[in-house]
Design a protein around this ligand. Sequence first.
Ligand SMILES: C[S@@+](CC[C@H](N)C(=O)[O-])C[C@H]1O[C@@H](n2cnc3c(N)ncnc32)[C@H](O)[C@@H]1O
Length: 282
Amino acid sequence: MKTIAEILALSTTFLAERGLSKPRRCVEEILSSVLGVKRMDLYLQHDRPLVEKELEAVRPLLKRRAAGEPLEQILGEVEFYHCRLAITPDVLIPRPETEILVDLAVKKLGERSLAGKTLWDLCTGSGCIGLSLKKALPDLAVSLSDICPKALAVAKKNAEINGLAVDLRQGDLLEPFFGEKADFIFCNPPYVSKQEYEALDPGVRDFEPKGALLGGERGFEFYERIARELPPFLRPGAQIFFEIGEAQGKGVQEIFSPLPWRRSRLLKDWAGKDRFFFLEIE
Ligand SMILES: C[S@@+](CC[C@H](N)C(=O)[O-])C[C@H]1O[C@@H](n2cnc3c(N)ncnc32)[C@H](O)[C@@H]1O
């Protein structure tokens, strides 16, 4: 019988030989998940032998990773801004940049009274933005929407996992909110251009939903639609928070330059790239 340390070493080599990034970290995560222990415990129990049943559970997960499937889909969950979120192939895997967006917003919105205020998370996917904001700022009335029923089912499950009371709407962009108005809009829409889509890392292109990535020919389709369609859905002084692609800063500034949009701000992520665009309406 092989010990945890031996399995760690062998499996790391197996993944590294297939050119996968962070092979040891992946193996640690897979072993921790199968054995139900923390990553640190793998080292504290390094000489513990794995029984055949445990090995049988580990092998298929390693094979899926070796075939390029993202670790988050294999494990079926991620941690995102104090929430545990279920992940399926129907939703985009939440990115660390999106946690920055939530953190910036929590700091900005947390300074004021939010009782009676409404927040919509458009293009919600896993629900990561709207759910983590509801958890951090519970006075907000939060709605999550997505065009994809399967994605919305994942967001619903994530609301339940985290014990969060939110409203869920299915439909095309603002269509589910017809006749209503909001104070805060969040949206991390599909923003990859056709050309960028073809050049995406296969681990993203082959495993994550195309409908969550592709934002029209040039990647700006959703920002253009929102600029046109959103004004009647906003209360006076409403604030909008977008995530954008790193090369889209100038483009979104132009899209939102005419009135009624005002006080737009382009913000950068940890890598110093344009990543967020905040604005208000008159
Ligand atoms: C980039 S993902 C964002 C997911 C999540 N908000 C996040 O930050 O990880 C975009 C999401 O937009 C949804 N979507 C695509 N087209 C849409 C449309 N016309 N109306 C509403 N949602 C749409 C996709 O199903 C996908 O879940």
